[in-house]
Design a protein around this ligand. Structure first.
Ligand code: 8X3
Length: 257
């Protein structure tokens, strides 16, 4: 029997990067997977590819976590086969810009707070009651090492990830008498389109972020996420902080050359 045979997993922000890798790892482990992201076109291709590769059912749903009504619709209109969600992976999130607070773009702050904090809360609020009712659940939040030490020019992003840590800790307390687990995964430098998004498409700037070092890959994170979901049901992994070997904190990094 595969590790998570028959479980249903809902993953936000799953058209690429860590979200997509998680979808593949959970599908490989025998789960039914719902992948959500804002544009359905690419997502449906991703769903098809993963389903063909793993043999598990994968369903794509249009999901804008910043839009409360859309979140409700997306969860409530799932096909019956996918509607009982056992594991929620709150992965949708982003960084926008690297500026001092005094120079910051307020629209960027709103987008980060709306996505990383409020979006995570909307999905969690929609899905956790069903987990409690059915007597099984696991919320896995993708936080960041940015939650542990703030870094210059990153105050708002770091604050949103600190919020993810405290929402995880608070939720764990709120469901302590229920069979629902809460895990916060805090990755450091991971090579996805994270930096391209942060620098608003400036590939030159984005590629420099990983100069002279070997970052984590989305697969590295998905492997850990899957592990935290695979341990026996009485075992709850609160938090995993993971960085490349050459990174000690958000800004203590060793580069070759
Ligand atoms: C991503 C980690 O250090 O690039 O959340 O902000 S960092």
């Amino acid at each position: 029997m595969k590790r998570l045979e028959g479980r249903t997993v809902f993953i936000s922000g799953a058209s690429g990067g860590i979200g997509r890798a998680c979808a593949e790892y959970f599908a490989q482990a025998g789960s039914r997977v719902v992948i959500g992201s804002r544009s359905l076109g690419k997502l449906q291709d991703v769903a098809r590819e993963i389903s063909e590769k793993t043999g598990s059912p994968v369903h794509a749903v249009e999901l804008d976590v910043t839009d409360r009504e859309n979140v409700k619709r997306a969860v409530e209109s799932l096909p019956a086969e996918f509607s009982f969600i056992d594991i929620l992976i709150n992965n949708a999130g982003l960084a926008l810009g690297l500026e001092k607070v005094q120079d910051g773009h307020i629209d960027d702050w709103d987008t980060m707070i709306d996505t990383n904090v409020k979006g995570l809360l909307y999905l969690t609020r929609m899905i956790v009651p069903g987990m409690i009712e059915r007597g099984y659940g696991h919320v896995i939040n993708i936080g960041s090492t940015a939650a542990i030490h703030a870094y210059p020019n990153g105050a708002v992003y770091c604050a949103t990830k600190a919020a993810v840590k405290f929402i995880s800790d608070g939720l764990r307390m709120d469901v302590v008498d229920k069979p629902v687990r809460v895990t916060n995964i805090q990755p450091g430098m991971t090579e996805t389109n994270f930096s391209t998004v942060r620098f608003k498409g400036d590939e030159g700037k984005a590629s420099k972020v990983y100069d002279g070092l070997k970052p984590l890959s989305p697969d590295d994170i998905a492997d850990i996420v899957l592990y935290t979901a695979s341990v026996p049901e009485h075992v709850q992994i609160h938090e995993v902080t993971v960085t490349p070997t050459c990174q000690a904190t958000g800004r203590v990094i060793h580069r070759e050359g």
